[in-house]
Design a binder for this molecule. Structure first.
Ligand SMILES: [Zn+2]
Ligand SMILES: [Zn+2]
Length: 335
């Protein structure tokens, strides 16, 4: 959900979400929570109507962003039998919980009644290449798939109120893998709430832009973390991104104002600026030199250079040599 409580014809209310009111955004993520594609819910937009229905239409459109052969998991809002068949035709594996009223020929399939099933019991039917598994936990759930069946049995832990301890309950593999792989969306939702950018605004467009900036940061952080798992991830990834993207020195410069007499100006001790982050240093953008009118030149920032310079990078606020003999400016930003 993109939180927004102001006026907008696309606003929705979805209960059980950390941000229940706002614009609905359908996402496809990897099982670990990396977003691959999205689609904002537009209400009854005739252009987005799909012969298989609204939910299946979203799944089929978003599935175009993932390679065939992938296993896609979706919840009961989306699952229909025709959707699973269409995914199979397109070369995708699909699994999802399904509402009982969306199962055709329910009578012929004749699942066991909920009441007659004991906890952990599995009832499986196959109809036209689609596997339907009914499993009783505290309530009965129905899972449909075009790739896996309910033959493998795992154990899940459930708290038994009467006996006041955890017990192992049999669960078909299809249910345990559904739970494991569906988690990606929750992981993404959760990471979004950690550092959501807040702005008081009545413009839903602005909220959407902010949401997607946050999403881009969360997503890039996840990819970055995957690459860096062996090393230590910097704790302030968001800060580092901001520092790199900002096109100004990381602190204010004490400029001496010309109106005040030099004697009256407070004596500010020069403190060298911090090194720019690696991202900022090599972004190849806007590092322009300016010549400072200084009494004494300042130490060149290039590693191993012992010279001094009056030439400063406007963006990073650091001094680097640039003269007939030395081009530390170029070397610093390119090597
Ligand atoms: Zn610079
Ligand atoms: Zn130098």
């Amino acid at each position: 959900m993109i939180p927004f409580t102001g006026k907008c014809h696309m606003r929705q209310l979805v209960k059980n979400k950390p941000q229940p009111v706002g614009l609905k955004n359908f996402v496809v993520t990897t099982s670990e929570g990396l977003m691959v594609d999205f689609e904002i819910y537009f209400g009854n937009n005739p252009a987005l109507l799909h012969p298989l229905g609204r939910g299946p239409g979203v799944v089929l459109r978003l599935s175009q962003s993932i390679p065939p052969g992938s296993c896609i998991f979706f919840d009961r809002l989306f699952t229909t039998i025709p959707l699973l068949e269409e995914l199979k035709n397109r070369g995708y594996h699909g699994t999802g919980t399904i509402m009982a009223n969306r199962v055709p020929n329910r009578q012929q399939l004749s699942f066991k009644e909920d009441k007659k099933m004991s906890r952990g019991e599995v009832d499986q039917r196959i109809s036209d290449d689609i596997v339907l598994v009914k499993w009783k936990d505290s309530k009965a759930v129905l899972v449909a798939s075009n790739c896996t069946g309910g033959t493998g049995i795992d154990k899940v832990q459930r708290y038994e109120k009467k006996e006041k301890h955890y017990v192992d309950v049999d669960a078909p593999k299809i249910v345990t893998s559904y739970n494991a792989f569906m988690g990606g969306v929750d992981v993404l939702d959760q990471s979004m709430e950690y550092y959501r950018t807040f702005m008081m605004t009545r413009k839903w467009t602005l909220k959407v832009i902010l949401h997607f900036i946050d999403l881009a940061i969360v997503n890039s952080w996840r990819q970055y973390r995957n690459e860096m798992l062996a090393n230590n991830t910097p704790k302030s990834f968001r800060f580092e991104v901001a520092e790199t993207v900002l096109n100004t020195p990381s602190r204010e410069r004490h400029e001496s104002s010309p109106e005040v007499e030099p004697q009256e100006q407070p004596l500010v001790r020069y403190r060298p600026a911090n090194d720019p982050s690696v991202g900022k240093r090599y972004d190849g953008f806007d590092h322009f030199p300016i010549f400072d009118d200084l009494k004494a030149p300042r130490t060149c920032r290039l590693e191993k250079c012992k010279s001094r310079s009056k030439l400063r990078c406007r963006k990073c606020d650091i001094y680097l040599c640039l003269n007939r003999d030395k081009d530390c400016f170029y070397i610093y930003y390119n090597k």
